[in-house]
Design a binder for this molecule. Structure first.
Ligand code: PLP
Length: 355
């Protein structure tokens, strides 16, 4: 028997999780999900352990302590903060709040694999706009793709999986071209790793443009991927719409207070980000010296544009004990600890040597 269901689900590929590290008798590294290689801070783990005593109760619904902490951190009003079980839920709230059957959502491609899944899930239509030859968002083409049916545009900055960024100037020109009743989500999951001085800080853009939503996460820079906590910053009007689409009680108290404890330890976490950013520069330089041409990444990962050689490259990485995220046109490899990165650099040399 086939139950009556939405036909578009038959062809919808589900979200695929990054592969675990290969099983091998050498050290192996999972570099497939852009996770933070550092273990969680003791202060965060202690807080979670303490709150575990109360998990027979529902979480605090509007997370006032975390919302206040985020508003203070970003210099915005508490009415402008929305929360989600990961920022992927915030992006989902924005899609569901703005777009339904017959409506279009414009985003760059290749970009975050969750976008097509979420857009189809909302019953809306994806309008993917190819990246430029240098793997950036083609913002003029994205602006041209906006029609009467467009209800949302997503700009992933830095872009996952290519690591490329959109400049402040290019973004402003783009936002000027998009009608101001169309919501634009700036997905800034990797903002903390972005050291390009020309990159826009989306939160300053929100202050001037009420149709812009910024989404950020504790999963990447702050190492809370397993806790599922992300947030959005928007105008109070747009924030209200997103909150209506939030799944009730999706954000646990454990997640709320793990995030509060992380904000309290921001200096320490920022030091870790700095180390990872230095490792990114080291990897990019070493791979450049080996003869690779990589886009300059501003995320906690690098993009190997292996093209036709992708499968062979993935096999070499696997031999060295590394799982990256393999796409048809290249491989995204997350920054790991020093030893993981050294092994990755060695593996990339082997790819060249054997090619
Ligand atoms: C990882 C990622 C997210 C969200 O991660 P959460 O764990 O749901 O916060 C959102 N956008 C992009 C582009 C990502 O790569």
């Amino acid at each position: 028997m086939t139950v009556r269901h939405r036909r578009e689900l038959d062809t919808l590929p589900g979200y695929v999780q990054g592969k675990p590290a290969p099983v091998r008798d050498i050290p192996t590294y999972k570099l497939s999900s852009n996770e933070n290689p550092y273990p969680p801070l003791p202060s965060v783990v202690d807080r979670i352990a303490e709150l575990a005593q109360g998990i027979n109760r529902y979480p605090t619904m509007n997370a006032p302590v975390l919302v206040e902490a985020l508003a203070t951190r970003h210099g915005v009003d508490t009415s402008q903060i929305v929360l989600g079980a990961g920022s992927v839920e915030v992006v989902s709230q924005a899609i569901h709040a703005m777009a339904g059957p017959g409506d279009e959502v414009v985003y760059a491609w290749r970009s975050f694999e969750a976008y097509p899944v979420l857009v189809t899930g909302a019953g809306a239509t994806s309008v993917p706009v190819p990246l430029t030859a240098d793997l950036r968002h083609d913002l003029p083409a994205m602006a041209a793709a906006v029609t009467d049916r467009t209800r949302l545009v997503i700009v992933c900055n830095p872009n996952n999986p290519t690591g490329t960024v959109t400049s402040r100037e290019a973004l402003e020109t783009f936002l000027d071209a998009v009608p101001d009743d169309v919501v634009v989500v700036l997905d800034e999951a990797y903002r903390e790793f972005d050291s390009d001085p020309d990159s826009p800080d989306g939160i300053t853009v929100v202050a001037r443009r009420p149709n812009v939503v910024v989404s950020r996460t504790f999963s990447k820079a702050y190492g809370l991927a397993g806790m599922r906590i992300g947030y959005g910053v928007a105008s109070p009007e747009v924030a209200d719409l997103l909150r209506k689409m939030a799944i009730p009680f999706a954000v646990s108290d454990l997640a709320q207070y793990a995030a509060v404890a992380s904000l309290a330890a921001l200096d320490e976490l920022t030091d870790r980000v700095r180390v990872l950013v230095a490792e990114r520069a080291r990897i990019q330089d070493e791979l450049g010296a080996q003869g690779w041409t990589l886009p300059r990444s501003q995320g906690n990962f690098v993009w190997l544009p292996a093209a036709d050689d992708t499968q062979r490259t993935a096999a070499v990485l696997d031999r060295f004990g590394i799982s990256g995220r393999v796409f048809p046109e290249g491989i995204r490899v997350s920054l790991g600890d020093r030893q993981a990165n050294d092994t990755f650099i060695e593996a990339c040399a082997a790819v060249i040597a054997e090619g």
